[in-house]
Design a protein around this ligand. Structure first.
Ligand SMILES: *[C@@H]1O[C@H](CO)[C@@H](O)[C@H](O)[C@H]1NC(C)=O
Ligand SMILES: *[C@@H]1O[C@H](CO)[C@@H](O)[C@H](O)[C@H]1NC(C)=O
Ligand SMILES: *[C@@H]1O[C@H](CO)[C@@H](O)[C@H](O)[C@H]1NC(C)=O
Ligand SMILES: *[C@@H]1O[C@H](CO)[C@@H](O)[C@H](O)[C@H]1NC(C)=O
Ligand SMILES: *[C@@H]1O[C@H](CO)[C@@H](O)[C@H](O)[C@H]1NC(C)=O
Ligand SMILES: *[C@@H]1O[C@H](CO)[C@@H](O)[C@H](O)[C@H]1NC(C)=O
Ligand SMILES: *[C@@H]1O[C@H](CO)[C@@H](O)[C@H](O)[C@H]1NC(C)=O
Ligand SMILES: *[C@@H]1O[C@H](CO)[C@@H](O)[C@H](O)[C@H]1NC(C)=O
Length: 874
């Protein structure tokens, strides 16, 4: 450039000069390089300073002149022949300027570029690659600038060589280059494209040791890349993170089970990573345990057969090679079992074993010591009972042998020729059912194949005695009432002085269970129906059972006990009659004490008159009834501990009619039966005194007749009820101040239309008796009635409305009633007959006795005296 501007300055100077001179000389200049490569373009310019209108002529040494009116000559795509010297001159009109100074144009053949690749165009990832750009042809350029292209892209590299230390896949592609001179105005051709191909590399992993190992072993893995060196290796496992090993070898010493699994590797050089290797599986198993077992036992007797077995667990190995050691000594036995047919004392010692396999070997087993006793074994027999055994119990015999493994036990009894039984357990239980089961027993044991027998044990004698039977007794009774207390007692006859224990069972329907009571006596308090069951008991003497008692059935009623009082023969008595008050329970049972109570008068309470013991019935008999026995009676019963009381019975009255009395009970109307709503008056009349008597009555309660509660009027000794009601029915009598009761009469009040007119007082034998039928409102038109005694007709209707018995006898006593064909029947009434003859005969006997007595007394005294005389003389 400096050169060009210098030229321009020179040209300007020369132009000024030519202006000044006459001769004008144009200047020829080259616009671009004057030194170019074939194919470039060269532009020449011819200049004249003096104004315009010039025509320019260009000249070259090789070619003819050419005219360019513009003053500029352009030679495009020059060839070597275009090189040479160029001149120009100008013309205006006829005037020609001088020639310009020559200008040299230099044309050189354009050089070629070429890319070469070392080591080759096909490389593996990670390889070191050099791309070289070579420019051929002779040129005047002595220092090239380089341009590199990858595909279309200028990769901005101006060195002749590109070095890639470690190619990666993306380094592959089409490479071209070109050279250019320092000014950049001339450049070579662009080289042909060279394609670089980068192939991937895959690492390979191998196991140098066994790939299947036991824990504690060492595993070595090697990672390989075929391509040269300089790689860094990485190892991977499924379980753990990667690890780097520059050497390419990974060593895992003393592996554990967790080290097992898949392994891979890959390598790196520079930025290039190889593919992962195929996986390799490392299998780690627990190192198997070995164990020595000795059959039948580690303690044996000389002569027994013994088997030692090496048991190896785990490892997945089915066929082991066995190694046996006795102490430190390796005994050459490649067998799983060592069998010693007849063991000797010298066979004793510590045994160990170990298994081995191509993979490795098992642990060595723990030492097991075999002890061989020199002497012969002897069994020892014991029994769980001391003293005699009771029948119905069991005896357990125990056969003891010191080394207790794998023995069989053989049992013997003296009454049997052969052994009684063989058992695996060392106990034998004998059920003693009878005294004849008493025997001598012994045992021995044996084991192994062939069987080794111990010596026989000493003999044990089992003595048997008959078991006593329990006896169950019940107090007070098996038949019980709800609420009672019952005591069950178990008795066992035994000579044993030890304490007994008792077991009670209760059986209800078919279900039997243990009853919660462990003593000899069991009390059931306040029993109810649920206690109805069968009870039995059993005793135990030193763990030996007695025989069980017979079952006893308790029957408990659903209700509490109550009594009923019955009077026999009847409540209405004449002085001197005999009467029995029977107190009965509603169920049969025993062990009761009966009590009778009486209430004599209104104000006093019930007082005890008698008691007696008995079964379910008690009798209180009054052999000769007196007036004082009139009263209300009631009874009750009790038994047990604590005492259980029955309900008291309902009350029953006893009425004793006196034979003779100064007082009379006057009844108006004078009869037993009365219509309801009718009126009644009663009065006590004494021939001797007009006071001191009271009319009393008993309906359901005791009352004075003339009292407001009876709705009657009158004085003490009289009472009149104006409107009778049925509850006025009852017994009425006269009672003295001292409580004597006279003339009790049965008065009954009826709703009926028909009643019987019968006497209220007893009728005396020999008197006549008249009975009427009475009608409530009006008498019927036809007065005919039928009379019945004790339910059967004694007089037909045809006979009229009256029945007359002219001479009454004791046989006429009974219940009478009458019946009208239309009006219906009357209620019954009792007609009692008193024996006047009996009273008379009683008086006769009395007077007879009064007459005879003095004679009798004299006779007795005389006889007595005689005896005493005889005694004195003898
Ligand atoms: C069995 O009775 C015999 C005598 O008859 C006696 O010598 C022996 O000791 C008794 N055995 C037991 C276990 O009581
Ligand atoms: C059992 O072993 C003990 C010692 O351990 C010995 O004294 C006893 O006699 C042995 N008994 C039998 C039945 O072998
Ligand atoms: C009741 O009777 C008792 C005995 O029978 C007698 O001692 C008592 O005085 C009587 N009382 C009355 C108020 O009658
Ligand atoms: C009670 O008397 C009745 C009748 O007199 C008789 O049948 C019964 O056997 C007697 N009972 C007792 C326990 O004496
Ligand atoms: C029965 O009556 C007597 C006399 O009144 C009385 O002492 C006793 O408590 C009564 N018994 C019952 C169970 O009520
Ligand atoms: C007393 O009269 C009643 C009816 O009121 C009768 O049931 C009872 O049997 C009579 N008693 C006697 C002993 O006549
Ligand atoms: C009542 O009848 C009896 C005979 O049953 C007779 O002895 C008595 O005198 C009569 N009394 C009156 C007051 O009619
Ligand atoms: C009652 O009269 C009938 C005839 O009408 C007679 O056959 C019967 O024997 C009589 N009975 C009595 C107890 O008189």
């Amino acid at each position: 450039m400096e050169f060009t501007s210098l030229l321009l300055v020179l040209l300007m100077i020369s132009a000024v000069d030519s202006e000044e001179t006459e001769d004008i000389k144009p200047t020829l200049s080259v616009w671009q390089q004057s030194s170019v490569f074939t194919g470039d373009t060269v532009t020449l310019k011819c200049d004249v300073h003096q104004s315009s209108g010039w025509e320019m002529f260009f000249f070259t040494s090789s070619k003819h002149e050419s005219t360019e009116a513009s003053g500029t000559k352009r030679i495009s795509s020059v060839s070597v022949s275009d090189g040479g010297e160029y001149k120009c001159r100008a013309r205006r009109g006829n005037y020609y300027t001088h020639y310009s100074d020559p200008v040299t144009v230099k044309v050189e053949e354009r050089p070629e570029a070429q890319v070469s690749v070392r080591p080759g165009v096909h490389v593996y990832g990670g390889a070191s690659v050099t791309l070289i750009c070579a420019i051929s042809g002779k040129t005047s350029v002595n220092s090239w600038q380089y341009n590199w292209f990858k595909g279309e892209l200028d990769i901005q590299q101006n060195k002749q060589q590109i070095n890639i230390r470690s190619v990666i896949k993306s380094d592959g592609g089409e490479y071209t280059c070109r050279g250019s001179d320092i000014t950049g105005s001339r450049s070579s051709d662009v080289s042909k494209a060279v394609t670089l191909t980068v192939s991937d590399v895959k690492a390979s992993l191998s196991v140098l040791t066994q790939s299947s190992v036991f824990t504690g072993d060492t595993v070595t893995l090697k990672c390989d890349v075929h391509q040269s060196s300089g790689w860094e290796m990485f190892f991977f496992t499924s379980s753990k993170h990667e690890s780097t090993e520059a050497s390419g070898t990974k060593r895992i010493s003393s592996v554990s089970v967790s080290d097992g699994g898949e392994y891979w590797c890959r390598a790196r050089r520079g930025n290039y990573y190889t593919h992962y290797s195929d996986p390799v599986t490392v299998k780690v198993e627990e190192r198997p345990e070995a164990q020595v077992s000795i059959q039948p036992d580690v303690h044996v007797y000389g002569g027994e057969s013994v088997t030692l077995t090496c048991v190896i667990r785990g490892g997945g190995v089915t066929v082991w090679h066995y190694n046996w050691f006795k102490g430190e000594l390796h005994i050459q036995q490649n067998k799983r079992q060592i069998y010693i047919r007849s063991v000797m004392k010298t066979d004793g010692g510590e045994y160990t074993c170990r298994g081995s396999d191509i993979r490795g070997s098992s642990h060595i087993s723990k030492a097991v010591k075999l002890t061989v006793s020199g002497s012969k074994a002897k069994a020892e027999l014991t029994s769980d009972t001391e003293g005699s055994v009771l029948t119905g119990n069991t005896v357990t015999l125990t056969c003891v042998i010191n080394q207790s493994n794998r023995w069989k036990f053989y049992w013997y009894q003296h009454t049997l020729n052969t052994e009684m039984k063989t058992t695996d357990k060392n106990t034998y239980t004998i059920h003693i059912s009878s005294v004849s089961d008493g025997a001598q027993y012994w045992c021995r044991s044996g084991r192994g194949n062939p069987v080794y027998y111990t010596d026989y044990s000493d003999v044990v004698r089992i003595n048997v005695t008959e078991s006593p039977k329990a006896v169950l007794s019940v107090e007070p009774d098996k038949q019980l009432f709800s609420g009672e207390t019952v005591t069950l007692r178990c008795d066992i006859q035994t000579k044993a002085d030890t304490e007994l224990t008792y077991t009670w069972t209760v059986k209800k329907y078919t279900q039997e269970r243990i009853f919660r009571c462990e003593t000899q006596e069991c009390k059931l308090e306040r029993v109810n129906e649920d206690h109805s069951a069968e009870y039995s008991c059993m005793g135990k003497i030193k763990n030996q059972k007695s025989r069980r008692s017979e079952a006893v059935r308790l029957t408990v009623s659903s209700h509490q006990a109550s009594t009923r009082l019955r009077v026999s023969p009847q409540q209405w008595l004449t002085e001197g009659d005999s009467v029995t008050l029977m107190c009965e329970l509603d169920r049969s049972s025993t062990g009761w004490t009966f009590s009778w109570f009486t209430q004599h008068n209104l104000s006093s309470g019930y007082e005890l008159v008698s008691d007696s013991s008995g079964g379910s019935q008690g009798n209180y008999t009054v052999s000769s009834a007196a007036l004082k026995h009139t009263g209300l009676y009631m009874c009750g019963a009790e038994r047990g501990d604590p005492v259980y009381h029955t309900h008291n019975s309902s009350t029953q009255p006893l009425w004793i009619t006196g034979v003779w009395s100064s007082v009379s009970l006057i009844i108006r109307p004078n009869r037993t039966q009365h219509f309801s709503s009718g009126s009644l008056s009663l009065s006590c009349e004494d021939h001797r005194s007009s006071t001191g008597w009271t009319v009393r009555r008993y309906t359901n309660t005791l009352n004075t007749c003339a009292s407001s509660s009876v709705r009657s009027t009158g004085t003490q000794s009289t009472c009149s009820i104006t409107s009778l009601i049925t509850s006025d029915s009852g017994v009425y009598w006269c009672e003295s101040e001292s409580g004597h009761k006279h003339h009790p009469v049965n008065i009954s009040i009826h709703y009926d239309d028909v009643i019987l007119d019968s006497p209220a007082h007893p009728v005396t034998e020999g008197d006549s008796l008249t009975l009427h039928c009475l009608y409530r409102h009006t008498n019927p038109s036809k007065l005919t009635a039928e009379f019945s005694k004790d339910g059967s007709v004694v007089q037909n209707q045809t006979t009229g409305d009256m029945m007359i018995i002219s001479t009454v006898s004791k046989s006429h006593e009974g219940f009478y009633s009458c019946k009208h064909p239309e009006r219906g029947a009357s209620p019954q009434s009792w007609i009692s007959v008193t024996g006047v003859q009996e009273e008379m005969s009683a008086l006769k006997i009395l007077s007879f006795l009064l007459a005879v007595c003095p004679y009798l007394i004299v006779t007795v005294v005389l006889v007595f005296k005689c005896y005493r005389l005889r005694d004195e003389t003898s």
